[in-house]
Design a protein around this ligand. Structure first.
Ligand code: IMP
Length: 431
């Protein structure tokens, strides 16, 4: 059994898509297990750029079973646009399947997300405004719609009767916005039932059981990152799902005993979009330099990303809560021209000098914490075309060794540029 999860081990945007894309070649089944169209996964193949939000990037390969799991939330319009764009570019989507248990992001979820964000002033989360929080709230509150509801008229009617009266009161009285009639919602559901139809996989239980029985290689594709996890991230500045390794089990429909490896993808530095604490954030010219060289602007919203030094305290925390077995380090080439590179090894409380070597989860104290750094020498050369670990400059090797030593798990994949070819794979979990 070689089944492997790929998770972001920072605040998202770590370059997971590139790693999943590389591993997808060797996998038989690829499952996206959480999140929705808040994600933005960029894959570059032969100088062609593909931007995925919901659809697993594994569709770029032929003959894979690509599955959007029950832990995801699907915004119909985004799905339609994304699938159509891929079809227009000649990508065959016959391998793409959706769990009938996935939740649907409805128009009012987007309305609510936008209104909440715009009216929260300094308390805003900085969401992508894609309706993610409101969709997951309704799912957990048992007021949501699932894909399978679209195909059972009796069930759909009773669900809408249960959901709409209260939702409309809330929309009208609390959010002071548009309400939705049952007829309007039925029309909407009818339209998207047709669009989803070729993809809905009612046979998922037998398909996944068969995959397990035949020892197929299963790749679980995470979205966002562990520090955005609803339970373990910097709450409330998080997304509303579980990107951690454990989320792969609940979100895919394949239990934890069928998972072997969890690869935590981290950048050689840290970025964050949206609000929330970020202890190693650099608001100076070094942060600006990382942002410019690393082209750190959001795929989904275009927002400039906040940038900072690699944080080993945070990474160690991700190893624990994410169940990480190995690391993939991306964008290390961004440091090609740096004289020195810093790694945060601890936090110091400026009020009393207390040193934290383990990540403190009460974010209220983060404003009092400053990073304690170790400084390493840069390599001052272009490593973006180096194909093997042994050819890397000694200072790059020292940097990677230091990261391994501090975080406590091995680095198995090193990405030195955006293209598939620009990757040093020390060990492929599927080989
Ligand atoms: P939401 O997921 O749209 O509710 O946003 C909640 C937080 O997660 C915000 O800080 C977003 O910027 C962040 N977020 C959501 N999706 C991503 C992603 O794919 N990459 C990075 N940050 C994300």
């Amino acid at each position: 059994m070689k089944n492997t999860v790929v998770v972001g081990a920072q605040w998202g945007d770590e370059g997971k898509a590139k790693i999943t894309d590389l591993l997808a070649e060797y996998a038989d089944v690829i499952i996206r297990y959480q999140g929705g169209c808040n994600a933005g996964h960029t894959v570059v193949v032969n100088n062609e750029t593909y931007k995925f939000h919901l659809i697993p990037s594994g569709v770029l390969y032929k003959n894979k079973f690509c599955f959007i799991g029950a832990g995801t939330v699907i915004h119909p319009e985004t799905f339609l646009k994304e699938s159509q764009e891929l079809i227009d570019r000649g990508v065959d989507l016959s391998c793409l399947k959706i769990s009938p248990l996935a939740s649907i992001t409805l128009p009012y979820h987007i309305d609510i997300d936008g209104i909440s964000e715009n009216s929260s002033g300094k308390n805003k989360i900085g969401t992508t405004k894609k309706g993610i929080g409101p969709t997951y709230s309704d799912k957990i509150g048992r007021h949501g719609l699932k894909i399978q509801d679209l195909y059972d008229e009796e069930l759909l009617n009773s669900r809408l009767d249960a959901i709409l009266p209260l939702k409309n009161k809330i929309l009208e009285k609390v959010y002071q916005t548009k309400t939705y009639s049952k007829e309007e919602m039925l029309e909407y559901c009818k339209k998207y039932a047709e669009i989803f139809k070729p993809y809905v996989c009612n046979e998922w239980v037998s398909e996944l059981s068969k995959a397990i029985k035949e020892d197929k290689k299963i790749l679980f594709e995470g979205a966002q990152g562990i520090m955005l996890d609803i339970d373990y991230g910097t709450y409330p500045f998080v997304t509303s799902s579980n990107p951690i390794g454990g989320g792969a089990a609940t979100g895919s429909g394949i239990g934890p005993t069928h998972i072997k490896n969890v690869i935590g993808v981290t950048k050689a530095y840290v970025t964050r979009v949206g609000e929330g604490p970020f202890i190693t954030e650099l608001t100076d010219e070094i942060g600006e330099k990382i942002r410019t060289i690393g082209a750190e602007f959001g795929t989904t919203t275009g927002r400039p990303r906040r940038c900072g030094w690699f944080d080993a305290v945070l990474s160690k925390y991700c190893v624990l809560v994410g169940g990480l077995t190995q690391m993939a380090i991306t964008k290390i080439d961004v440091f090609n021209n740096f004289d020195e590179i810093k790694i945060c090894v601890a936090y110091k409380d400026i009020r009393n000098g207390q040193i934290y070597k383990d990540y403190p989860t009460n974010i209220n104290i983060h404003k009092y914490l400053e990073p304690v750094y170790e400084t390493l020498k840069g390599w001052k050369s272009d490593i973006s075309n180096i194909k093997s670990f042994s050819d890397l400059p000694e200072n790059t090797k020292s940097y990677l060794k230091k990261v391994e030593e501090l975080v406590g798990i091995p680095v198995k994949i090193i990405s030195v540029g955006p293209d598939r070819e620009q990757t040093i794979i020390l060990e492929n979990p599927f080989k």
